[in-house]
Design a protein around this ligand. Structure first.
Ligand SMILES: Nc1nc2c(ncn2[C@@H]2O[C@H](COP(=O)(O)OP(=O)(O)OP(=O)(O)O)[C@@H](O)[C@H]2O)c(=O)[nH]1
Length: 418
């Protein structure tokens, strides 16, 4: 049916099609109806309701409905509530890892990929930033990893997510569990919605839990942030939708701060289980295959959860990605980054890079979260691999020209010439 919808509407490959069978209990409503939704990469989603079960819909019915503008539903359909997913019902569990920029999502992902829990994982990774860095930060493993770097998972690339899930469903014998790491700026609600909007996905995959990483040292600043009109605070949304909160980086906060952060988390999501952690060192049995996502609870808090498709991002938070050929002078680099993050670290939420230091045979992996910075040596540069640098900054009011010129000034050649 999806292929017929594609052909009739002349849809491109970037547009996702969803088909959902609904049982309607309202008086005067037919017992079963079918909703067809089309989600383009750009532009408004469209949906049609056909008042009969999917198996009785012919191509002519579809043609009549889809090509007649009067049949298009302008109102969101009243969806009846599907049953909450039950653990171990044969469907593949899906864990959504979310949390603000730099909170520890990749650290937890690497733990999951390297600990011996007996589950084979398929990983879908979405990254915010002009230059992709995360593929280099995720440890080498046997698992299949899908990158989605051309937009945010919760809006522009949701079609990509659906396509990747479709591809995974065709190979479901190869893994036991799916992990989705969102960007630090994602609203988890539309990602969760994906598992209830399409019958094929809902019949094979089960949203197991939304696990939200929280950076104990920086979360308050982001929860307190005033957002532009109509824009949700992502840090609040990520906690509100969590089935588990991993209160990470407890080494960077004292007990009274941790108690205060826990109280704040409870004020947003009272029943959530909070797990304190350092470097995401939690017992993985508390987050994987736990059957914790509860659709009834979500709908009680947010009745429009299944129908709302619109949301706005805070466009004042942007990224600057810089790719630079050549080798860097370590002293110049440390001086520049140290001073930059000391002076601008309130607005530079996250910085990270894979860099080539002069005379160093290994890659230098740089990580910054606000004013805290950390550098470690990664893998060796491979023979014939160009020794280049990739650096990304994410934050508010970023001055691209100043960042590019500051970074260029760290080149070893520029240093020698200066
Ligand atoms: N001190 C401290 N540092 C941590 C802890 N957990 C993670 N980090 C560091 O924090 C930085 C960010 O961690 P990531 O796991 O990359 O965070 P993330 O949420 O994946 O970041 P983005 O995907 O860029 O939003 C890295 O330098 C980590 O080594 C912790 O518990 N304590």
């Amino acid at each position: 049916m999806k292929e017929t919808v594609r052909a009739l509407l002349g849809l491109d490959d970037d547009t996702a099609v969803m088909v959902r069978r609904l049982t309607c209990t309202e008086p005067g409503c037919p017992p079963v109806e079918t909703v067809v939704a089309v989600l383009p990469m750009d532009g408004e989603p469209r949906r049609w309701t056909l008042h009969r079960p999917v198996e009785q819909i012919t191509e002519d019915d579809l043609r009549a409905a889809l090509l007649n503008p009067e049949h298009q539903s302008h109102q969101e359909p009243e969806l009846t509530t599907p049953a909450s997913p039950q653990p171990h019902d044969g469907r593949v569990p899906v864990t959504v890892l979310t949390g603000f920029l730099g909170s520890g999502k990749t650290t937890l992902l690497n733990r999951i990929l390297t600990e011996n829990h007996g589950m084979r994982m398929a990983v879908i990774e979405n990254e915010f930033g002009e230059v992709g860095i995360d593929d280099a930060l995720v440890l080498d493993s046997e698992e299949e990893i899908f990158e989605m770097n051309n937009g945010c998972i919760c809006c522009t690339v949701r079609g990509d997510l659906i396509r990747i899930l479709g591809a995974l469903m065709r190979r479901r014998r190869k893994f036991d569990h799916i992990l989705i790491e969102t960007t630090g700026l994602a609203d988890p609600a539309p990602v969760a919605q994906t598992f209830f909007m399409d019958d094929e996905i809902a019949s094979q995959l089960r949203l197991d839990a939304i696990v939200t990483l929280v950076d104990a040292a920086h979360v308050m600043q982001h929860l307190d942030e005033e957002k532009p009109e109509g824009v949700e605070n992502e840090a609040v949304e990520q906690i509100a939708f969590a089935d588990r909160v991993v209160l990470n980086k407890t080494d960077l906060a004292d007990e009274s701060t941790l108690t205060e952060v826990e109280a704040r988390i409870r004020s947003i999501n009272a029943p959530v289980q909070i797990l304190r952690a350092r470097h995401a060192d939690i017992d993985l049995r508390q987050v994987l295959d736990v059957g914790a996502f509860d659709l009834q609870r979500v709908l009680a808090d947010d009745p429009s959860f299944l129908t709302e498709t619109e949301h706005q991002h805070d466009t004042t938070v942007t990224s600057v990605g810089i790719e630079l050929e050549g080798e860097l002078d370590e002293t110049r680099l440390n001086t520049w980054l140290g001073s930059l993050l000391r002076t601008k670290g309130v607005d530079i939420f996250r910085s990270k890079g894979i860099l080539a230091l002069a005379g160093e045979p290994k890659q230098y992996v740089f990580q910054g979260v606000h004013m805290l910075l950390d550098g470690t040596l990664g893998r060796e540069w491979r023979e014939g691999e160009p020794r280049g640098n990739k650096l990304v900054f994410i934050g508010r009011d970023l001055d691209r020209d100043a960042l590019v010129s500051g970074f260029s000034g760290c080149l070893a050649v520029a240093g020698a010439a200066a």
